[in-house]
Design a protein around this ligand. Structure first.
Ligand code: NOJ
Length: 767
């Protein structure tokens, strides 16, 4: 374990900024402002008592929502008294311009130090205007879409007094059983890094003190998405190599993008819970990466060190967490009740407290809260800036870019506006709630545009649109208390649905998942279609072959029967407020689908975890014998691979052409990879041209493929474009067996293509 140099590491960047400001002819305004903030932080800190400092490290849940198991801080009266005496540095789940002002007034009017509170909230994919769930948005492969949605979410949240969102989540996820797979950007560290940085830029903008920006939070640090068996909160056994090469890059990207805060995680990593993890928080985050923001615990995760079995009681838990660098205690009150005693008895050094408080005050200054503690409590903005037509237009644009066309046999899609009869069938067909998704902040329940509404609005004037629910869906509950009703068996709606399907030229079948089947605490052992949905699909298929399956879901689903027997499949996730319009845009061809899967879709639940960037093993292939890595009852490949998605046109790819057979690993080393892509179909379309590499021999075993670059291009029918990628040694670098991030010399393959499976390959040497 490396020595803890975090105090000196913190001082260094500030010093460097001052030196830079001094030698440059034009004083850098950001450096000057940051230097001024450091002086103010020191001055405030020097005036605070130990109790007041610890108060800054305490975060209470508010009044509007409960996003964890039972609030532990006691009565509202106790909460108010603690706020008044400056014992609460931050609150979560206090919402509304009026409510945040009232809470802020308690501290500003009563406490000795008058340090404004920070109001945090889970603004995950929109505040009132809902955008696609993050996994769906990542299917756009367009970080600008995520930046725009985060920008709007920040504008809406800041209008109701929120300073800070607990987003983006950047936990890599390979196991679709895990309910929170919906909240990340899928299985790939490169794609997840681009989306993590884009969302941070979107939430925080150029200036945290601007009235429409909020602080972001990179979560959950780290490995939460690797919970064993996909069971939420479960432990994680992971190698340093996988941690560094797969899990940490998105967090590093967020740190590099200037994310203001980090949240640690509930889970145990190789025997040490993340909340007590010195190596992650002190050595890597605050040490190696020089992160100068603060780390908030996850909900009660400090107190949970006791049931984890690493602390005997809350006092011990507080000691472990503060030593590891957990700066703020969300909801466990372990800090409030124990830290002062721990410092006074000499068990915890006060400089640890000072370090944490300095980080928290720094953000409060950067947000401008000391200038105006009520700066975001603006009822006028709250009235005028939520759910605006511009926000809804952006939600529709992001939603249609997130849709993935998985199958389109015989060009069943796009639908003609001259169709006489369309049947829209399924439990999700007229569901105005599930498209809003899990983690939906203040979306109004039932406010999304349903598929049926979207189709009615888009269909031609002479098209008759029939509707039948067909069956019920497994229904979750947003209040986290009820069991899921997964085993729905009622088929009484089938006959009417079949009758409608018989009458129609095309049948749109909307099935998948209720939005509360995914999200926190919603892990499942089975990721096939729940209840009688597949049975319904089979009945409809018997009477009408022209079926378009519209999937709405928060996780990859195993749908082998549908993939084999249904001609067209549209992956429509939970797409947000404008879902129905966005799907109709794609179904009728107003938007040519361009999404690509950010995560592999398995053939069966037993195949998970399944991911494209796996290792080779010593027995990657086999002949007639059984002695190779495979299942005997299932194919090895996914149903739909990472990066996969069709268009209403087709694209052909040339072989990749390299500028040289070798690439130098020196500072100026580079290699150009050129590939010509041609639109071979009859309509204009957007293609995501993907580049993967394979490092054939490494000091540690390397993945069989790694996404390293991609480009989105739009081509008219018949048009070709040469796409040029420039690889540098940085693209070949990884966390090696010697613990360094570097490229190793040797043989490489470079692959280009339209998804992780369909690629063409060239080889080069790196020296
Ligand atoms: C627990 C979740 O894990 C975390 O992501 C969220 O931000 C907090 N609860 C607060 O709601």
């Amino acid at each position: 374990m490396k020595p803890l140099h975090f105090f000196s590491r913190l001082a260094l960047p500030v010093l460097a900024l001052l030196v830079l400001a001094a030698i440059s002819t034009e004083p850098d305004p950001v450096a000057l402002r940051n230097a001024a903030i450091e002086r103010k932080v020191d001055s405030v800190l020097s005036l605070m008592t130990l109790e007041e400092k610890i108060g800054q490290m305490n975060q209470y849940n508010g009044y509007s929502e409960l996003t964890g198991p039972g609030s532990k801080e006691g009565s509202t009266l106790k909460k108010h008294n603690d706020i008044k005496s400056g014992m609460v540095g931050s609150m979560l789940n206090v919402l509304g311009a009026k409510e945040t002002r009232e809470a802020q007034e308690l501290v500003m009017k009563n406490s000795r130090m008058k340090i404004p509170m920070l109001f945090g909230y889970d603004v995950i994919h929109g505040y009132k205007t809902m955008f696609p769930i993050p996994l769906g948005e990542a299917a756009s492969w367009d970080p600008a879409v995520a930046e725009a949605s985060a920008r709007i979410a920040a504008a809406e949240a800041s209008a109701v007094g929120i300073h800070w969102t607990f987003a983006p989540m950047m936990d890599l996820a390979r196991d679709a059983r895990w309910g929170r797979v919906m909240e990340g950007s899928g299985e790939d560290p490169y794609l997840s890094s681009l989306f993590a940085a884009a969302r941070v830029r979107g939430f925080q903008g150029q200036d945290l003190a601007a009235p429409t920006t909020i602080a972001a939070c990179a979560k959950h640090f780290a490995t939460y998405g690797f919970a064993e068996a996909g069971k939420d909160y479960n432990g994680v056994e992971i190698s340093e190599s996988t941690l560094r090469n797969m899990v940490l890059p998105p967090f590093k990207a967020a740190a590099d993008a200037g994310v203001a805060t980090f949240m640690n995680a509930f889970n145990d990593i190789n025997g040490v819970p993340a909340t007590a993890h010195v190596h992650l928080q002190r050595d890597i985050l605050k040490g190696e990466w020089g992160f100068d923001g603060f780390v908030v615990s996850d909900w009660a995760s400090i107190g949970e060190l006791v049931p984890h079995g690493i602390a005997a009681d809350n006092r011990e838990a507080a000691r472990l967490a503060v030593t590891a660098g957990s700066d703020m205690d969300m909801e466990s009150v372990c800090y409030l009740e124990n830290l002062a005693g721990l410092v006074r008895s000499g068990v915890v050094e006060e400089r640890l407290i000072d370090d944490a408080v300095r980080r928290i005050l720094r953000l409060k200054f950067r947000l401008g809260l000391f200038d105006d503690p009520y700066r975001y409590c603006n009822p006028e903005r709250e009235r005028s800036s939520l759910l605006t037509p511009e926000h809804l237009a952006a939600a529709r644009d992001g939603a249609r870019k997130s849709i993935v066309l998985l199958k389109n046999d015989g060009n069943l899609l796009p639908l003609s506006k001259t169709l006489k009869t369309i049947a829209v069938i399924g439990p999700l067909a007229d569901d105005k709630d599930s498209p809003l998704g899990s983690w939906r902040a203040q979306a109004v329940a039932g406010s999304a545009v349903s598929l049926l509404e979207g189709v009615r609005a888009a269909a031609g004037p002479n098209t008759q649109v029939l509707y039948q629910e067909g069956c019920k869906l497994a229904v979750g509950d947003r209040h986290f208390v009820r069991e899921l009703k997964i085993n729905e068996t009622d088929k009484s709606g089938f006959p009417a649905a079949v009758a409608a399907a018989k009458k129609a030229q095309v049948v749109l079948v909307a099935i998948g998942e209720d939005c509360w089947q995914t999200g926190e605490g919603r892990s499942q052992t089975d990721i096939t279609l729940s209840g009688v949905q597949e049975a319904l699909l089979m009945e409809l298929r018997k009477v009408n072959p022209n079926i378009v399956l519209v999937l709405m879901n928060g996780r990859p689903l195993a749908i082998p029967w549908a993939a084999e027997n249904v001609p067209a499949i549209v992956e429509a996730w939970h797409l947000g407020s404008e879902a129905g319009h966005a799907i109709a845009d794609v179904l009728f061809g107003a938007y040519n689908p361009s999404g690509k899967l950010p995560i592999s879709f398995p053939r069966s639940t037993g195949q998970v975890p399944i991911y494209y960037n796996h290792k080779s093993t010593g027995r990657p292939t086999g002949g007639e014998m059984v002695f190779w890595t495979h299942y005997t009852d299932e194919r090895n490949d996914p149903l739909f691979p990472f990066g996969y998605g069709l268009s209403y046109t087709t694209f052909s790819y040339s072989e990749p052409r390299l500028s040289a057979p070798e690439m130098s690993l020196g500072r100026s080393g580079k290699l150009e990879v050129r590939v010509t892509v041609t639109n071979t179909g009859s309509v204009e379309g957007k293609e995501t041209v993907q580049l993967y590499i394979r490092d054939l021999v490494g000091s540690n075993t390397r993945p069989v493929k790694e996404l390293k670059a991609y480009r989105q291009i739009t081509l008219r029918p018949g048009a070709s474009q040469e796409v040029v990628f420039t690889l540098t040694p940085a693209d070949l670098a990884f966390y090696t067996a010697s613990g360094r991030w570097e490229a190793e010399p040797g043989d490489f393959q470079v692959m280009t293509g339209s998804n992780s499976r369909d690629v063409k390959m060239a080889s080069f040497k790196a020296r």
